[in-house]
Design a protein around this ligand. Sequence first.
Ligand code: SDX
Length: 481
Amino acid sequence: MAKPRRNQSAKHTTLEQTIRKATRQALHDIGESTPEAAWVGNKVQWPVTCTVGPGLEGAIACESSVGYVNGARGNLIYRGYDVVELCESSTFEEVAFLLLYGDLPTRREFESFNQRLVQYRFLPHTLRMMMSSPLEQMHPMAALRLGTILLRQRLSWRDQDAGEPEESEAIAADEDTVPSEESEQQGESRAEYQFRLWPADKPQNVRKSADNSAGIQTCLRLISGIATLTAAIARIRNEKLPIDPDPSLGYAANLLYMMHGIRPSPEEARILDIALILHADHGMNASTFAAMVVASTMADIYASVTAGIGALSGPLHGGANEAVIEQLQAIGDPSNVKAWVVKTLRNKQKVMGFGHRVYKAYDPRARILGPLAKHLSGHPSIAGMYQTATTLEKEVVAALGRKKAIFPNVDFYSGLVYQALGIPLPMFTPIFAVSRMAGWTARVFEYLKNNRIFRPRAIYTGPMDLAYVPMNQRNETGENT
Ligand code: SDX
């Protein structure tokens, strides 16, 4: 990964200054939170009424305290914290804890959580199984779905999270007891059982815990493991062997290390860490909803997050960041932008990286990713493209901003950042999936606590009361003879 040459105009602006300036500006532009924050903690009185359009636009599917997207103001909250502030002060690991557990960790909680994440990075068996498939011929998101399912197979040989003791309080269920006034085993009430998958005649509660794969430890295994899978897929596509994780590196640094085989600079790691924070959760987007629908049937969480990976692979959702780079390369010089925009809109084509079902203001994530792309714009792999991007932003916002509330979304600048970090284009969306695994698992884990299978309705617009006509009485035009 070539070292980025500092952009001349930014040479005296350190990364932390860039981040601080971007977060201050973003918080200023987004403005103060409005009274709806007072809604927090109120009990939702179901059923609720809402106006629903095609594609479930406007439909309220559930209640959640994981995250909140305010489309009118353009702000994004994770468990009450503004994502812009988390970018400046937190890390992806801490944000994953916040999304899963509901608040920021104490130091002890974080150390125990992070120790698990590091432990779960190592997937030698799963990688070996995944590498028996022709990954280099597969779309990387298909390979990621395969790897995630194999992750489940590896763990389905034994019960996992439900029986996975926290080291600090693990008490074997068959510990000896001491002859004292107690007849019960000392640790029985807090005993954690390690079960192998047993024949069906085991008591139901044992089988239930054996099948319960939506426990918090599985969420951690997925959040950690998907980074290892993604890096391995990138290397295999590049005809290289996977690299073992480095337990001494942070999550983002380790991901870049496993992908490139060299340890990233602290600046590169920090930039990816911020990008992972920004992509971690985003309300009931298509991939999160897909994961929750599958989970609501009590399918295991591996099936549900692979549904999320599948949904995210679509170019209208996660695949847009790749399409943005291809779009900028097609436009070429900034002087071509104006004519390109006129032609694209005249042909009723979409400009990739713009528009959003929810945001009718600037996507707050673009408010951070844009300055990061600028900070990296001296990098040879994106030199020139950044100028084209900013010119394109001006032209599209001038044409569609006020008229249709169309502004840059998260995908518009993320591709430039990833390109400058040496992440191959086809791996942009898998990186999105790495981050979004935190949101998928947090929302699945939350929803399963009050699970209700998703079952929306359709308006039937077909015919009624038709009489069956045998095949020999139907003429070729389909009319009945
Ligand atoms: C993500 O849901 C999430 O939260 C998703 C996400 C997340 O974090 O999970 O935020 C991530 O998916 C970001 C979006 C990435 N996709 C793209 O950048 C692809 C380009 N964007 C569009 O496809 C579109 O804006 C969507 C899909 C994102 C949203 O589409 P909607 O809300 O269904 O809007 P629409 O397609 O009904 O368009 C409404 C109007 C149309 O014009 P009219 O027919 O009314 O004249 O706006 C126009 C559209 O033509 N329009 C665009 C446009 N997006 C909408 N015109 C040009 N370029 C665009 N990008």
